[in-house]
Design a binder for this molecule. Structure first.
Ligand SMILES: Nc1nc2c(ncn2[C@@H]2O[C@H](COP(=O)(O)OP(=O)(O)OP(=O)(O)O)[C@@H](O)[C@H]2O)c(=O)[nH]1
Ligand SMILES: [Mg+2]
Ligand SMILES: [Zn+2]
Length: 313
């Protein structure tokens, strides 16, 4: 008879870890041709004293990005996505927009997790920046080194019996947060680079952990690239103000370069739209950037809000 087990780790192509009384590594049966993901529920069968994964139970959702070889599926059956970002030099709105777009596509609930809030007294400004860029987003402040920031605040977004996942660049402190939730320092963490606060890709594979209250959490390695299809409708969700505005350009296929009646250029020139945001929007849509198009050439050296904030510490 088939038994169903959760996949907690994937090793190479055919070997998966499942959650029995003890974690166990088993092979995929030849008839299972689809790639197994962390978080999958697997039908397993005993054949000649050996347990094999034979089938993947229908997934409720998947998280995916595009990489050089096409769609890459990262995890399955996830209820809550914590997009982790630290309040230091590694804070990068463009990267967060990409994480947010892939997170939204999965249909899971999303919560931005500002990590390392012990590092700056301006952490609320980082929170404001996130709320400004991601309208209705939930944002929490955490630190594993300062008890003023209680990391169990994450439980407000994540119910019993649900699966959550940490995504975010290398070094933002995903595994450190998980060690706190596990109340056990079992996951390796490593210092970040001094010059730019980037991580060292310490976690190298996705792994699902069980917390004692029946919540599950998947730790992931920081992604080196977050590819998104230019037709992903969540681009318009993140940049809804620009997407709305450009409908009023005189030409429906306006490239916002030098067309008469371009409301996007007008909004940039009047200061109503942030030029860097428009650049990021066009880039995600696979279009040429604005920089070389603007009538007044390269914009004056206005510093972005993020740059100003980083300088303040
Ligand atoms: N100041 C401060 N440092 C932290 C905090 N959380 C993590 N760190 C440090 O940040 C560094 C990276 O932490 P990790 O937990 O390994 O980061 P990660 O996101 O898992 O990184 P990858 O596994 O490479 O994706 C370590 O030196 C941690 O001690 C925090 O709340 N405050
Ligand atoms: Mg890690
Ligand atoms: Zn236009």
């Amino acid at each position: 008879m088939d038994e169903v087990y959760r996949c907690t780790g994937v090793f190479g192509h055919r070997m998966v870890q499942i959650e029995k009384e003890e974690p166990a590594k088993i092979e995929c049966h030849a008839k299972l041709t689809e790639t197994v993901l962390v978080g999958d529920y697997l039908k397993c069968k005993e054949i000649g004293n050996q347990l094999y994964a034979t089938e993947i139970v229908k997934r409720t959702n998947v998280i995916k990005r595009i990489n050089f070889s096409g769609n890459q599926l990262l995890a399955a059956n996830v209820d809550v996505i914590f997009i982790v970002t630290s309040v230091n030099n590694d804070f990068n709105i463009s990267r967060l927009e990409r994480y947010y777009i892939i997170a939204r596509e999965s249909g899971a609930r999303i919560c931005f997790t500002l990590s390392k809030c012990d590092l700056t007294e301006h952490y609320m400004e980082y929170q404001k920046l996130l709320k400004k860029n991601f309208h209705d987003a939930d944002v929490v402040n955490t630190s594993v080194y300062d008890s003023e920031f209680d990391c169990t605040v994450l439980y407000e977004f994540w119910n019993h019996d649900e699966t959550a996942i940490f995504i975010g660049s290398s070094g933002v402190g995903k595994s450190s947060l998980l060690n706190i939730l596990l109340e056990n320092y079992i996951i390796k963490v490593q210092g970040i680079r001094k010059k730019d606060d980037r991580g060292r890709h310490t976690t190298t594979s996705r792994q699902l952990y069980n917390l004692k209250d029946n919540r599950c959490i998947i730790d992931t390695p920081g992604l080196r690239s977050i590819g998104i299809s230019a037709s992903n409708s969540n681009i318009e969700t993140v940049f809804s103000d620009i997407a709305e505005l450009e409908k009023n350009c005189r030409f429906s296929d306006c490239s916002h370069s030098n067309e008469p009646g371009c409301v996007v250029l007008h909004a940039i020139e009047s200061g109503a739209l942030d030029e860097e945001r428009v650049e990021r929007y066009l880039k995600l849509k696979g279009k040429d950037g604005l920089r070389h198009k603007l009538k007044y050439g390269k914009p004056h050296q206005r510093q972005s809000a993020v740059k100003q904030l980083k300088k303040r510490k």
